[in-house]
Design a protein around this ligand. Structure first.
Ligand SMILES: O=C1O[C@H](COP(=O)(O)O)[C@@H](O)[C@H](O)[C@H]1O
Length: 266
């Protein structure tokens, strides 16, 4: 690992030498959280995102994780989803199914994807209902400081504009305080219709990891993590601040290259 440490209130930073190291560190982290949650609660409730994250989780499908992780105890959710058919190449569900879920023995009935045959608004409402039922049956914990679900782990990527899940810069969705899952129909990144966990749900999780790689995200990583002045633009990723949970950033060197006070040996 090139660097590991705590950066003020912005969580733990893990900056990895290369993508291979990042994939291994991420797989170790997820496997450890899974083991701890299964030991404590008997289940592991994990929310995925789309984009580059799924490829970076690839090591979980390989030895030793494919044999050592207690896949039967996993309950899968999505922190955001594009409102398209599940067979569409834009679907975050399809991405995860093809790249991850089909390669490990997860119980199909534990995979909670959205209803892709209704409007974005209805899909968000139905997804909230599904999560409520699982909170009632304690498959998903409940936060002790809000009425929100408390996922064991929410995995987020971050776009070059600093968006996480489908929480985009300067969008009203960032102010949503009442809903667990909401919808947008005007995403600046296609496709336009999406559902997304809201900030209160993300910030109620026991663990949140933001996984970011590549030079195109350097500036947003800086804006999300460093102590920037009041005149600097903020990015949605900066609003990820788990109230009682733990935030970990997984970064490669290009993504981390503009972070203050990080000197890499030549
Ligand atoms: O549209 C989305 O983008 C973000 C970031 O994707 P990446 O490919 O730049 O990592 C992703 O986290 C989100 O789930 C997805 O819907």
């Amino acid at each position: 690992m090139a660097f590991s440490g705590v950066k003020n209130d912005r969580g733990e930073l893990r900056i990895l030498e290369n993508l291979d190291e990042l994939r291994t560190d991420l797989a170790d982290y997820i496997a450890e959280l899974s083991e701890a949650a299964v030991k404590e609660r008997g289940v592991f409730a994990i929310a995925l995102s789309g984009g580059s994250l799924i490829g970076l989780m690839g090591k979980l499908c390989e030895a030793p994780y494919n044999k050592t992780v207690d896949w039967g105890k996993w309950y899968i959710f999505w922190a955001d989803e594009r409102v398209v058919a599940k067979s569409h190449s834009d679907s975050n569900y399809k991405l995860a199914k093809d790249g991850f879920l089909s390669k490990v023995p997860i119980v199909p009935s534990h995979v909670h994807s959205i209803n892709d045959s209704v409007s974005a608004e209805e899909a968000a409402d139905e997804y909230t209902f599904v999560i409520r039922q699982l909170v009632k049956s304690r498959m998903v914990s409940v936060s002790d400081i809000s009425d929100c679900p408390k996922f064991d782990l929410i995995l987020l990527g971050m776009g070059p504009d600093g968006h996480v899940a489908s929480l985009f810069p300067n969008h009203a969705v960032l102010d949503e305080k009442d809903e667990w899952v909401t919808f947008i129909t005007d995403s600046p990144k296609p496709p336009p219709e999406r559902i997304t966990f809201t900030l209160p749900v993300i910030n109620s999780a026991s663990n949140v990891a933001i996984v970011v790689t590549g030079e195109s995200k350097t500036e947003s990583v800086h804006l999300a993590i460093d102590n920037i002045g009041p005149d600097s633009p903020s990015v949605p990723a900066r609003l990820v601040q788990p109230t009682k949970g733990k935030l970990v950033w997984f970064l490669d060197k290009p993504a981390a290259s503009k972070l203050d006070s990080l000197q890499f040996p030549e």
